[in-house]
Each structure stands twice: as C-alpha cells, then as structure tokens.
Design a protein. Structure first.
Length: 136
C-alpha cells in the first residue's frame, strides 16, 4: 500500500482508514488481525504508525486488544435491554482500568454508565445494550 504523504492527513489517519475499510469489508467479529509487524510491512509504514492506528480503532470500539498485543475485531454480543427511569442519564464512555478488569472487558470495549440524580447507579458493557424509556 502506498500512502500519500499529505501533511494535513497523517499517516496514522490514512492507516486507520485503510484498516477500518478492510475490517468492514472482510473480517468477521472476533477474528484476529495480522500482527503489527505484518501490517506495517504490508502498508509500508512503521510499526509505531500501525500501533497508533490500531489504538485509534480500539478507542472507536472497532477492535479489542488482548494481552500479548493480539488485535481482534470486536465481537458482537446478544442484545441486553435496560429501562431508563425518568431523569436517568446514560453516558457512553471507555471504562477505567479497574472497571475493565472488574467487568472482564478487552481494551476497546465501551461501557454505558447510568446516572440517577447525578450519581452513578449502574455500569453496563455497551455491546448490544438497548436503552428503553421507562414509564413517565
């Protein structure tokens, strides 16, 4: 792959776009991506660029990273329904390290926190979560 060296469009962004397109076109949920070294060689960029691009995709929730630096397409999970009470606020975010460990989540898996009267009352894995309004 020959990325154009645009100043306004970083190599990381070009690499992330290429990987994003490849994942959507030909990878199944849970499937492993090639190693950083293999991707760097194929894309013609340094491993640091690939690592940064994969971090971007992980932050978007498209891939998850397991110990040993294996990158996989984020798996699809069964839907889970949560009813919000009037005044509840749902906040989507990436979990903290302790939350990720407690929930046994891979890096790159977002969570949804439910706040009631400004205080957290529940934390759910965002994968497959369906929020529904409750009775008023």
């Amino acid at each position: 792959m020959d990325f154009r060296r645009y100043v306004a469009y970083s190599l990381r962004d070009q690499c992330a776009d290429q990987l994003r397109d490849e994942i959507r076109a030909g990878y199944q949920p849970g499937e492993a991506l090639p190693s950083e070294r293999q991707l760097a060689k194929r894309l013609g960029v340094g491993r640091d660029v690939v690592r940064d691009a994969l971090r971007e995709l992980r932050d978007e929730g498209l891939v998850v990273t397991t110990p040993g630096r294996t990158h996989r397409v984020r798996p699809v999970v069964e839907p889970r329904h949560v009813v919000l009470l009037p005044g509840d606020i749902a906040v989507a975010r990436m979990p903290s390290g302790p939350e990720r460990h407690r929930l046994r989540l891979d890096r790159g898996t977002p969570v949804v926190e439910i706040l009631r009267d400004g205080a957290p009352v529940a934390l759910y894995t965002a994968d497959g979560l369906r929020l529904e309004p409750g009775p008023e």
